[in-house]
Design a protein around this ligand. Structure first.
Ligand code: XMP
Length: 331
């Protein structure tokens, strides 16, 4: 099938009905494997494909140790055996494996490469355990296709998702039920399928996860610091309603350590600890972005919470830089 969209917009209920039929026709009684990241696209795919073929679908969810706080628990809660979906769910705790591979690595592109390659390896091992697989499902969306092609249809950029397409599985083809949809349409299909709003309206999260938000070496301890600071930032942003102003907002653990004074019950003690950077941006297309203007009193309150509640952080900064010249992520 040509990768060209031939319609203007979708009616979610109709889309779901047609997609379910198409998936059934394509797959028959075959087995489908999906790498579930917990992001909007793969979550909607999981819900849609499970509606069509139930337990013929197996979702593999890998915790690479670079997820946000409570993310693994949330994904397991929604798609695991106690969740509402009829599918096979495999959870892989690969955290230590990734931390080991990333030991001593500080170059951002090397980190991305290691995370991507290790992800494929873990996924491959799980696929082998499952046995024969007929189809591989992917949460490809229309912008991925548009970004991947030149005018003559040649692929110039494999899309961003961690791991890309594993070439080891001998499968009949791909199941890509949302490949002609734009992000907002994928969200509306998710709502139609009853996915929790928390999932459907999720902000984009990079495939290498907080691996690109822990500047410098990735260790479990540094990831925990970042996770705790990021949790507070996202909690306060949502509480204040400022999340609605942003396309993406997150915390970054910098590799800068400075002198400070303990803000908790060790009051007065000299510290030499990390600086956390907070980022909040608004963008239409993620190619350019504006830093979001937030009240000083709010930022000051968050800084105070983070330095009090997160050990080894004694300074918090807010990134006021647009893209360009900065990028959205710091690595
Ligand atoms: P930058 O930092 O390039 O980010 O301005 C643009 C958008 O892409 C996301 N991003 C990534 N997504 N793998 C991904 O899947 C990556 O390596 C990666 N790096 C950046 C970023 O979160 C933003 O939405």
């Amino acid at each position: 099938m040509a990768d060209i969209r031939t319609f203007d917009s979708i009616v979610p209920a109709e889309f779901v009905e047609n997609a379910v039929k198409e998936i059934k026709d394509q797959v028959g009684d075959g087995k489908v494997l999906l790498a579930l990241s917990g992001g909007v696209d793969s979550s909607v795919c999981a819900a849609l494909i499970s509606k069509a073929i139930g337990k013929q679908l197996t979702c593999v969810f890998v915790d690479h140790g670079l997820l946000r706080k409570y993310e693994a628990e949330e994904v397991c809660g929604v798609f695991g055996e106690n969740g509402p979906y009829d599918l096979n769910f495999v959870f892989v705790d690969a955290r230590q494996r990734f931390y080991k591979k990333l030991e001593g690595v500080t170059d951002p592109e090397k980190k991305r490469k290691i995370i991507g390659e290790e992800f494929i390896r873990v996924f491959e091992e799980e696929a082998k355990k499952i046995g024969h697989i007929d189809y591989l499902a992917q949460g490809t969306i229309y912008p991925d296709i548009l970004e991947s092609k030149t005018a003559d249809g040649k692929v110039i950029k494999s899309h961003h998702n961690v791991g890309g397409l594993p070439d080891f599985i001998d499968f009949k083809g791909l199941v890509e039920p949302v490949k002609f949809l734009y992000k907002e349409e994928v969200r509306s299909v998710g709502r139609e399928l009853g996915l929790d709003e928390k999932y459907v309206s999720r902000q984009p999260f990079p495939g290498p996860g907080i691996g690109v938000r822990v500047v410098g070496e990735i260790t479990e301890a540094r990831c925990e610091i970042l996770r705790d600071a990021d949790w507070i930032w996202r909690e306060e942003m949502a509480k204040a309603g400022y999340d609605k102003l942003c396309s993406q907002y997150f915390a970054v653990l910098t590799n800068m350590k400075t002198v400070g004074i303990a803000a908790n019950d060790r009051g007065g003690e000299r510290t030499f600890d990390y600086t956390v950077a907070l980022r909040a941006i608004k963008t239409e297309n993620f190619v350019t972005a504006k830093a979001v203007e937030l009240p000083f009193s709010f930022l000051n309150m968050v800084a105070s919470r983070i330095t009090k509640e997160v050990e080894h952080v004694n300074r918090v900064m807010y990134d006021v830089t647009d893209k360009p010249p900065a990028t959205i992520e710091m690595e």
